[in-house]
Design a protein around this ligand. Structure first.
Ligand code: FFO
Ligand code: ATP
Length: 186
């Protein structure tokens, strides 16, 4: 399917979920994430969910990372395509930006090359590990600046599409995607 059609389909599928269902599915995703071979690292980039858009609630994953004493890196939107990474500390203040994305106000900047694992949002993904977001390319740009051995893990409330037909050379494929039902390894 084409990206533009998938964006419409999956935006609608999300709108049809109740907040309780999003929460339940998010807990299942967090439990499955624990089974991935990704826990031997230091710096973990995690997105914070846009609640209105019914994104995966990553608060369970945040607790897991804190319990494992990992360095947690949060993105802040800089301009129309770039993200800056800030270390989460006890003094980090999180505020909603104009797009309703929760993000740190400021903090200690972590160079993108330090990130070992990126846990990223998506609207839909396919069996080849390709993903689509809201079409702005923030994560494609971030991933293009990461180390080649960075581990890319998508989180999805829904299962994989067979094929995104209009993948571009700039799209960086995932290594894993975790849904409430299963782990996809690409
Ligand atoms: N939680 C979360 N954080 C994230 C992302 C994400 O998908 N989820 N992003 C993933 O890349 C980046 C933000 N991307 C975004 C892209 C569009 C809109 C947004 O609200 N767009 C408007 C239309 C704006 C316009 O076209 O001018 C909309 O959809 O209504 C928000 C965030 C970085 N942080
Ligand atoms: N590495 C890059 N450098 C510059 N522009 C890029 C890069 N990667 C992607 N883009 C541009 O970003 C735009 C959006 O790309 P795409 O449709 O793949 O977004 P998306 O993956 O759905 O969004 P997101 O990454 O924000 O979740 C495209 O116009 C694409 O050309």
């Amino acid at each position: 399917m084409l990206k533009k059609d998938l964006r419409l389909t999956y935006t609608k599928r999300r709108e049809d979920l109740s907040p309780q269902t999003v929460s339940d599915l998010s807990l299942e995703i967090a439990n499955l994430l624990l089974k991935l071979p990704i826990w031997d690292h230091s710096f973990y980039h995690l997105f914070l969910p846009i609640t209105q858009k019914k994104e995966v609630d990553t608060s369970y994953i945040l607790s897991i990372l804190q319990g494992k004493d990992k360095n947690i890196v949060l993105p802040k939107m800089l301009n129309d395509q770039d993200l800056i990474n800030y270390l989460l500390t006890d003094s980090t203040v999180i505020k909603l930006n104009q797009w309703k994305v929760p993000e740190p106000l400021d903090g200690i900047e972590i160079p993108t090359e330090k990130i070992d694992v990126v846990i990223l949002p998506l609207l839909a993904f396919d069996l080849n590990g390709n993903r689509i977001g809201y079409g702005k390319g923030y994560y494609d740009v971030l991933l293009s600046k990461c180390r080649p051995d960075v581990i890319k893990v998508g989180l999805s409330l829904f299962e994989a599409e067979k094929k995104i037909s209009d993948v571009s050379p700039l799209d960086v494929p995932l290594d894993y995607c975790v849904s409430p039902k299963q782990i996809y390894k690409f």
